[in-house]
Design a protein around this ligand. Structure first.
Ligand SMILES: NC(=O)c1ccc[n+]([C@@H]2O[C@H](COP(=O)([O-])OP(=O)(O)OC[C@H]3O[C@@H](n4cnc5c(N)ncnc54)[C@H](O)[C@@H]3O)[C@@H](O)[C@H]2O)c1
Ligand SMILES: O=c1ccn([C@@H]2O[C@H](COP(=O)(O)OP(=O)(O)O[C@H]3O[C@H](CO)[C@@H](O)[C@H](O)[C@H]3O)[C@@H](O)[C@H]2O)c(=O)[nH]1
Length: 437
């Protein structure tokens, strides 16, 4: 099938590449000429494990193309995916201007039947708005489908190639058949394609992200309680996660959820609720807990330095909002850095993939280390903000040789307290008994 993907970011590039991998001819359209130039010449623009190999193969075998021209990009396509940004607007609602702007242009360009698929995360009712924006300038028949994307960054290729489910919102039999055919290769193991109406599909996406964010905030509150009551959140997590009704995943406490999705999508669902005079109490609490959680380590760090960290120097491992990505959108590490700088401390950071993105954002406000161990030189303590695998079994002798104090503040619970005690560290984490040296 010939398909077009409009917007070639984290979702668009993965979507386009994976559809090409199953034999489709895919054209990706982006307004960012620099991005299109790089991708056309074989240079990948995001770090996503496993993507580069598929990208190179499909580019070479001429199933994957890139252009800045929407008109050229959609000419022969049967299906057009919109993978455009829907950032939070000033009031927290999803900004639909990118999506509606492209819909408007499509209305002027369609000359034969096409299925327009909304893959961006959008509020209930957007499919109708897209339909109206296209129809305004168009007499050619077309269908609008809501097909929310559930991939996670860092494991996006696997998530796309073997999705837990595919949600397709449409009332058109013609569109349903085309979408079913397109997704056939991805659901051969029996993972379901769930057909529903457009509005339910749109809400499914927000409900999924909000539920997962709720799980995380719930566990972060349990972690706070564990510290106050002398329990261990890792034990509680294992204790409750073994119950199938609760499940083992997304129960890890830490320094809050970040990324380009949970913060904005929870906020957008709260705003959608307000628009229909509904006060979504649970989600307001989920957001409040997460705001506090991002700075959970700060009071512990300050207490260790007797209330004053002015002039102290910190090493910080992990900048990406989660491991295996270079994405720093809403990364908890950035909030910690801001708080440290505001308190008069200095920071040297290390991340395996996200350093360039942080350099562009923060420039010379902080120092950047080439290696996780050189990051520690002259530091008064180490802070861990992202659970990259490479931080999980470090050389503790190198750490203590480089740090001025044997102090680690771990926002992702990477180490066992007993081990840290043996090694003579002052070690504080989230929801577990502190090791006080
Ligand atoms: N990132 C994720 O993990 C993820 C997962 C599921 C769903 N989503 C949703 O998917 C959507 C896209 O997210 P993303 O992370 O890929 O965004 P992104 O910012 O990485 O990419 C968006 C791309 O769209 C391009 N663009 C903007 N205006 C355009 C236009 N008029 N024509 C063509 N291209 C244009 C931008 O240049 C950019 O390359 C959002 O709604 C997001 O909520 C994201
Ligand atoms: O037990 C956990 C699991 C995750 N997180 C944090 O939650 C955030 C989000 O993690 P994750 O969901 O793995 O990453 P995303 O790539 O943001 O994926 C989410 O957001 C995407 C965009 O909407 C959806 O497609 C995915 O299904 C949804 O998992 C990160 O900061 C994690 O550190 C925790 O704190 N504890």
């Amino acid at each position: 099938m010939k398909i077009t993907v409009v917007g070639t970011g984290y979702v668009g590039l993965v979507t386009g590449t994976c559809f090409a991998e199953t034999g489709n001819e895919v054209t990706c359209v982006d307004i960012d000429a620099n991005k299109v130039k790089k991708l056309s010449s074989g240079q990948i623009t995001i770090y996503e494990p496993g993507l580069e190999k598929l990208f190179e193969r499909n580019l070479k075998e001429e199933r994957l193309f890139f252009t800045t021209s929407l008109e050229d990009g959609i000419r022969d396509a049967e299906v057009i995916f919109l993978a455009l940004p829907t950032p939070p607007g000033a009031d927290g609602s999803a900004d639909l201007s990118f999506v509606l702007n492209v819909a408007d242009q499509l209305g002027k360009l369609l000359t034969s039947y096409k299925v327009i698929v909304d893959k961006s995360t959008v509020p209930v009712g957007t499919a109708e708005k897209v339909q109206a924006a296209i129809a305004k300038n168009c007499s050619t028949p077309f269908d609008v489908v809501s097909n929310p994307e559930f991939l996670r960054e860092g494991v996006a290729v696997d998530d796309f190639m073997k999705p837990d489910r595919v949600v397709i919102g449409t009332n058109s039999e013609r569109a349903r058949k085309i979408m079913g055919e397109l997704y056939g290769p991805f659901v051969r193991q029996g993972n379901p394609v769930i057909f529903m109406d457009e509005k339910s599909a749109e809400l499914t996406k927000y409900a999924a992200n909000s539920f997962l964010a709720t799980k995380i905030s719930f566990m972060n509150e349990i972690a706070v309680l564990c510290e106050k009551l002398g329990a261990d959140v890792d034990m509680v997590r294992r204790g409750i996660g073994s119950d199938d009704r609760i499940g083992k995943r997304f129960l890890f406490p830490g320094i809050g959820y970040g990324g380009s999705c949970f913060p904005k999508d929870v906020q957008a669902l709260v705003k959608s609720s307000e628009d229909v005079q509904y006060d979504f109490k649970i989600l307001n609490a989920v957001m409040d807990v997460n705001e506090k959680q991002k700075l959970f380590l700060l009071p512990k760090i300050k207490a260790y330095f007797k209330g004053d960290i002015r002039g102290k120097h910190f090493a910080l491992w992990g900048l990406a909002f989660k491991p295996n990505t270079d994405d720093i959108r809403e990364a908890p590490a950035l909030y910690i850095i801001d708080a440290l700088l505001a308190a008069g401390a200095t920071v040297t950071v290390f991340d395996p993939e996200a350093m360039e993105n942080v350099k562009q954002l923060l420039g010379d406000k902080i120092n950047y280390a080439e290696h996780q161990y050189t990051c520690l030189e002259n530091a008064d303590a180490l802070i861990i903000a992202t659970e990259w695998s490479v931080f999980r079994t470090p050389d503790f002798h190198k750490i203590s040789a480089a740090l001025k104090n044997n102090a680690i503040f771990d926002g992702r619970n990477l180490f066992e307290g007993s081990r840290m005690r043996e090694l003579g560290y002052h070690y504080e984490s989230v929801g577990r008994t502190a090791v006080i040296s």
